[in-house]
Design a protein around this ligand. Sequence first.
Ligand code: ADP
Ligand code: MG
Length: 285
Amino acid sequence: LSLGHQPPTYYKKKHYTFGKMLGSGTFGEVYQASRIKDQLSVAVKVIRKSLLNGDPTLVYKEIQVMQDIHHENIVELYDWFESRNSFYLVFSLATGGELFERISQLGRFSEQDAVQVMRTVFEAVAYLHSCNIVHRDLKPENLLYKDKSPGSPLVIADFGIAKTMRNEEDVLTTVCGSYGYVAPEIMRRRGYGKPVDLWSLGIITFTVLCGYSPYYYCEDSQQMLAAMERHDVIFDKRYWWGVSEGAKDFIRGLLHPDPTRRPTIAEALAHPWLRGDTALDNDLL
Ligand code: ADP
Ligand code: MG
């Protein structure tokens, strides 16, 4: 699968029957579909060319980076094609909905459930970082449950702004990401790298454990940046009583404003809390 001059691919659209809409995003919608030859259920991301301002580079980059990624906790790109109006990216289907929805439903997770669900995400990010890929848009809307069961694992989706680093020393500069999840060094327009994903994972872990985001009280991005740089992680007792010190220590480490002092993904995986050694069974809180 290579890019460049492509023969027409629009005939491939006939290989699928399209069903309900699963979600929508920046450049179009994602639909459930069925591959006619074997009835395989898939998710097709439809990216409308009219929204790309004549520049398909973003789509090609997403395809290119996905082609090299194969991991059981990351959506798999099966195929892609284009018509006159749209690009179509065919992914493995996750049927369990977004982590975002389950946080909204449950309010918060017990520590043990949080460890179970976050551990697979950290492992998948370790895989990405070992491939020198930075995701840059980790957030609960882009983490999907594989199926509807309570114990379902998560898969990482949305490589729309992921970046392959040229080497370990490569410094990225593009300002991108999602408000509330983006690391301070990106907002400061400093060069950055893999540590930005650990920051986002810190925000997600915080949110999973209490149901709100750590800097929700800030009125604008300047205030938020200042709080982030003070390393002012507030564990409000009304919501955090009974949560272990191990969990807080883990989160505080990931939310260090200095990226060089944030744990690497390997260090995060070795933290006692994420290993499950210290997480409390506080299901009844
Ligand atoms: P965008 O870059 O526009 O945010 P995403 O790739 O995040 O696009 O897809 C938008 C939404 O569509 C996701 O948040 C999710 O709800 C749904 N979605 C995306 N990929 C899949 C998939 N493989 N299986 C099920 N739902 C998906
Ligand atoms: Mg998305």
